[in-house]
Design a protein around this ligand. Sequence first.
Ligand SMILES: [Zn+2]
Length: 467
Amino acid sequence: MAAAGLASALASLAASAATPTLRLDLHHTGGRGVDIYAVDRVVVEPLPWPGHPDRAVDTGDFGGYRFEVRDAATGRLLHARGYDSIHAEWISTAEAETRHRTFHESLRFAMPAGPVDVVVQRRNEQQAFVAVWQTRVDPADPFVERAPPPAQSLVAIERNGEPADKVDLLLLGDGYTAAECAAKFTSDARRMADALFRHEPFRSRRSDFNVWGLCPPSGESGIARPSTGVHRRTPVGATYDAFGSERYVLTFDNRSLRDVAAWAPYEFLTILVNGATYGGGGIFGTFATVAVDNDWADYLFVHEFGHHFAGLADEYYTSPVAYESAGKVVEPWEANVTALLDPARLKWADLVEPGTPVPTPWPKAEFEERQREFQERRKQIRAERRPESVMSALFREEREFTTRLFATSSHAGQVGAFRGARYDALAYYRPQLDCVMFTRDEVPFCRVCQRALEGVIDLYAGPRAGR
Ligand SMILES: [Zn+2]
């Protein structure tokens, strides 16, 4: 965007919504027998609150966590959102059995008129939210941090209206040198946005989105990959190997991340990692990541955004992941997976055509047999540190196989309950044979995923016109 255009965009951002953005930064410490929240700081962000005042309370039921902001004097609910956190993923790893760790988290909301109580809720074993911590926040407290963090220059990748009326998606570059920020970042960001808007429901709702870009320059190109001896200190700290999974990219430096991101109006945030090695991640309401130069970047971006945007579960179950097995099976809260404990009350029953068998047969044994082979070869390629093109070729072979296999299935394209999902071959079921949340095949989101995604668009941008 030209300098004049950007200046006017920023001026209209400042003028359009006078309500500032308040951010509560937390330390969340946990492990065996320990679960402690502690206030780090309360920050007034430099840009106004990008949300719509009529849609401050989350009407969905997604997320392992939820936070509420209540007026301290009256108890009136001012703001609520479901979310998930890195801590919530870490607590299910083997490491959490033997160590304590601290994770930094942020809760953002519109500046209240007076003191508020911020309540963090977590799901119990019956999946109901119960309060686990609360703290009072007084916006008039002199220790609220009002000085802005070091400025970043905002790029409008796609602007369709005022932030309050739109879903505001921030694409934040990490591992880009200053020269790469200038020459490469914007085209990477546009390419990722285009990939998202090729998929429904985003394609039909494109004008309900703004897409913003920020690119804090790195000293060196690329991000950390400790498993291969690559170490980097990048501006927001994205790194491969999160929780020991070589393809899992996260940042554990949330404090730096939020200070950079504060220079964009945003509700959703994907970190564009300047690298070609396959990897990404996505946490509901927190952030997503993607390696933009990988051959599968379009797929990765869209898949990880599904996690981040609507808390969609992975529908796959044959890849190695960082989690330990879940133990007792309860109905998961994620919209797109079910334990099918009561087939008569399938949560997406209204989308199942009469006559479709539930559970729904599919060529599971054949799929799993080839998957075992693919996963072995995948491990081997990483162990031998073969070039990324070898991995991409394996993924293409895998895609050709599943596409061919699934074409023979008589229930392809139907909504039912297909066994195998959420890292478990037996306990969970997915809604359709194939989906962006299941394979790297060139397929749309399944209809259940599409409906969940559309609900979140409505929460931020209002219902689609004409309905
Ligand atoms: Zn799906």
